[in-house]
Design a protein around this ligand. Structure first.
Ligand code: NIG
Ligand code: FE
Length: 384
């Protein structure tokens, strides 16, 4: 394999403290890549030679986005539900059943083609690592095949059998939790790294979520949680108590939740595309960061609450709507996303990191938020 020198970089964002606080930006920078890893970063003027050279021609280079929360294995379309919301209807997760029916009826090939299509969109917008959840199958067979399909594309697969109680179990949710923690977990665990639950009124309460997460841990899966999306609740506290890597949404928090996040180090993953697409109030990223909570940004790409695949949109919303600085938002979309997946090899361009380089077609990474809706970020390489 040949080494590659990427030079002519106006701003090289490394997230490497060796190069300064925060984003560790190297002006007039260069990076050398060998065997798919970062071998050297520094000023272009003193860059070592390499077998091949790519001239970024005055554009910025950043670490690829780490999208730590998505639901890509599904079939069907809920554009009409979106239109109804924009005419005043409230989002309550009820539409999940529509996607479950369409997903169960779809072939493996149809589901895989949908994942590939959405991953293509993500790659073209600078995402180089994606977490993908099941959760629209909700039978042993359909959850397991969702994860088998997801694991063809990414190592970051999450078993979300506890998304909602499917219609056929509505009369006996306890039996459904038994199914999720029993035969469904057994079939899914070999194909998943993570286990997740939707801890919210209308989905699973804290006791049920705890039962699911504890069973998952016993089967070797690490936990993450959907919580406090639609209203205040016990989910964030539970995630912190269990020491989960991340708790996602965090839209409605009280002081105790914020304190628990800070003290536990559990990452608050904010998904502002959801508030955008459900016309809801945004979580207060500023207050969280000021309190010492580590915040990540992710898309939550799914056909219901948020059908965007764009991390740059999430960055722009984080800056414009949630009080983040552009630097905080970019860190949240890269380094903090990696930490939310407990990954040390991605989300930064330190020596030894995976060489997930993204070129921003602009003189500064600031343009990601400064030019919302403009397709500026392109991955040079792609690993799911
Ligand atoms: O993260 N919160 C639950 N699940 C998804 C939405 C799923 C859907 O509406 O289809 C979410 O927002
Ligand atoms: Fe989600």
């Amino acid at each position: 394999m040949t080494s590659l020198l990427v030079t002519g970089i106006s701003e090289l964002v490394t997230n490497d403290p060796v190069h300064g606080p925060g984003l560790g930006v190297i002006p007039a920078g260069a990076v050398v890549v060998d065997q798919g890893r970062v071998e050297w970063t520094g000023r272009a003027g003193v860059a070592p030679a390499a077998d091949e050279v790519f001239d970024a021609s005055g554009r910025a280079v950043i670490p690829g986005f780490v999208d730590s929360h998505s639901h890509l294995v599904f079939a069907g379309d809920r554009a009409a539900e979106f239109a109804a919301r924009m005419s005043g209807q409230r989002y309550d997760g009820g539409g999940i059943a529509t996607t479950v029916a369409a997903t169960r009826a779809a072939s493996d090939d149809e589901l895989a083609m949908n994942v590939a299509r959405l991953l293509g969109e993500m790659r073209r917008q600078g995402t180089t690592t994606v977490e993908v959840k099941s959760g629209y199958g909700l039978t042993v067979v359909d959850e397991a095949r969702s994860l088998v399909i997801a694991s063809r594309f990414t190592a970051e697969t999450t078993f979300l059998g506890a998304h909602v109680v499917p219609e056929e179990h509505a009369a006996d949710p306890v039996a459904y939790v038994d199914l999720v923690t029993g035969p469904m977990l057994e079939a899914c665990a070999p194909h998943a790294r993570w286990i997740d639950a939707f801890c919210e009124r209308g989905a699973f309460d804290a006791d049920q979520a705890r039962t699911v997460l504890v069973a998952g841990a016993a089967a070797g899966l690490q936990g993450r949680l959907h919580a406090n999306q639609l209203g205040p609740g016990p989910g964030v506290g539970l995630a912190c108590e269990l020491g989960l890597a991340a708790v996602d949404h965090c839209t409605y928090l009280d002081d105790a939740d914020v304190q628990a996040l800070r003290d536990s180090g559990t990452i608050a993953t904010l998904l502002p595309g959801v508030e955008f697409s459900t016309r809801s109030p945004y979580p207060d990223a500023r207050a969280l960061i000021d309190a010492g909570v580590r915040v990540a940004l992710a898309t939550d790409c799914n056909p219901g609450s948020c059908y965007t695949s764009s991390m740059p949109l999430c960055i722009a919303l984080g800056v414009r709507e949630m009080g983040m600085t552009p630097d905080e938002a970019l860190l949240a979309a890269t380094a903090a996303g990696a930490a939310a997946l407990r990954r040390d090899d991605i989300g930064h361009l330190r020596v030894g990191a995976r060489a997930d380089l993204v070129v921003v077609d602009a003189p500064s990474y600031l343009h990601l938020a400064y030019r919302p809706g403009v397709p500026l970020a392109h991955a040079l390489r792609f690993h799911a």
